[in-house]
Design a protein around this ligand. Structure first.
Ligand SMILES: Nc1nc2c(ncn2[C@@H]2O[C@H](COP(=O)(O)OP(=O)(O)OP(=O)(O)O)[C@@H](O)[C@H]2O)c(=O)[nH]1
Ligand SMILES: [Mg+2]
Length: 396
């Protein structure tokens, strides 16, 4: 007998400046995250609030009404798209009698479920510790209230917080030491890889089809329709064919290869604790000779996704404007889900991109051709596209 999945209710705040459709999109993405974490989504709600309520973020009136509705439907979890403080989570849980998770907490839970290798596990635990540390106060307020009478400083609660904080800080130091060691191991492995064979990293928004492209290029990889299916970097050898014209006899008959690394996906508001903790895994991206930036071309938020990818790449130290910056190829994947006019429109918007369908192998030959060019030397300079550049600062 299959156990039924825990049901959850998703909410997001809509401020006066927020467009309704954008908040809906964010809720749809949150629903995908919840599904990837093992929840069944019962409902999504936009809560219109001109101002943030400091204690409960969303305001007690709306939350109480939702809690009644959720209780009648057997919903136990409330997942919020907004980043909440520990004391806000506590106040919401008390008011609604639901288990409350914010977006960062949800993403961390997915990463915890997926982490397989020692390195991924250590990275995720580090991110979890960094996330919990500032939240401890909220979690322990019930003890603080029990603590010390008149004239006493602190009390049992406060002491407990201090003990907890110290334990977490000690664990953070241990994990950082372990990760520095693992980063060194990774660096040595990289240096030991065959010379003269370019290393290419697949990067992009989660669920865009990076692992599917790894499979199309190298024959290996397990694509899954889940957000953050891939956490660990996998590197495989890809056959790139040969630059040889049998009719004229021109070119190089020697077959060419490169190494392709699949990496963890990016997402809007990727918790900064995770970006920091995944520095060593993402080192594969920083040190790659070239990047294949993969996007789901059929996603309605394609352009936003590209901006998130551009910004996250900058955050991990890949600046497209730098001298000697890695060449990048934009791979617009899943074009089998688009009609011809949409593909033409996309071609106009991103003329330098390759349009692919990783599942059927369309466009893979073009990627191979681009990768072959990397071998004799760096490809020609290219004009940067708008999504790679920082957002312009609005005029005062
Ligand atoms: N229709 C269609 N589906 C695709 C294509 N490429 C990938 N998919 C599907 O998209 C889903 C995600 O594919 P993955 O390759 O796992 O995506 P990913 O970017 O590695 O995702 P994460 O590792 O979770 O970040 C899977 O269900 C794939 O079958 C494509 O070209 N066309
Ligand atoms: Mg993947």
């Amino acid at each position: 007998m299959t156990e039924s999945l825990p049901r959850c209710l998703l909410i997001a705040r809509q401020g006066p400046e927020d467009r309704e459709d954008r908040i809906e999109d964010h809720l749809l993405e949150l629903a995908e995250l919840a599904r990837s974490c093992g929840f069944e989504v019962w409902a999504r709600r936009r809560l219109k609030r001109p101002q943030i309520a400091s204690r409960t973020f969303y305001g007690s009136g709306q939350l109480e009404a939702l809690a009644d509705e959720a209780a009648r439907q057997g919903v136990r979890h409330l997942i919020c798209d907004d980043e909440l403080s520990g004391s806000q989570v506590n106040a919401i849980e008390k008011l609604t009698n639901l288990i409350c998770l914010d977006r960062t907490g949800l993403i961390l839970s997915i990463f915890e479920q997926r982490a397989q290798t020692r390195e991924a596990k250590a990275q995720v635990e580090l991110a979890r510790c960094e996330y919990e540390l500032p939240r401890l106060k909220g979690a322990w307020t019930h003890l603080e209230r029990q603590g010390g009478g008149v004239g006493l400083r602190g009390g049992p609660g406060e002491t407990q917080i201090e003990v907890d904080r110290r334990m977490i800080r000690t664990r953070i130091s241990q994990l950082k030491r372990e990760l520095t060691h693992l980063e060194q191991v990774r660096k040595t492995q990289r240096e030991g890889r065959p010379k003269g064979m370019p290393r290419v990293a697949l990067v992009g928004y989660t669920n865009a089809g990076k692992t599917s492209l790894l499979k199309a290029l190298t024959g290996e990889g397990e694509p899954r329709d889940l957000l953050f299916a891939t956490l660990d970097t996998t590197t495989r050898k890809a056959w790139l064919g040969q630059d040889f014209d049998p009719e004229t006899g021109e070119g190089d008959a020697e077959p060419k290869h490169c190494l392709v690394a699949d990496t963890v996906g990016f997402i809007r508001k990727l918790p900064h604790q995770l970006v920091a903790a995944f520095r060593s895994t993402l080192g594969e991206v920083r040190t790659a000779d070239a990047l294949l930036v993969v996007a789901d071309a059929a996603h309605p938020d394609l352009e936003d996704h590209l901006k998130v990818v551009g910004a996250t790449l900058r955050e991990i130290g890949c600046e497209p404007e730098d001298i000697g910056a890695q060449p990048r190829l934009l791979v617009l994947n899943q074009v089998d889900r688009l009609h011809r006019p949409q593909k033409l429109e996309l071609k106009k918007r991103h003329p330098g991109a390759v349009q692919t369908c990783a599942l059927q192998g369309a466009g893979i030959g073009e990627i191979r051709g681009w990768l072959r060019e990397l071998i004799p030397g760096p490809p020609k300079p290219r004009t940067l596209e708008a999504w790679e550049l920082p957002e312009p600062v609005p005029a005062p």
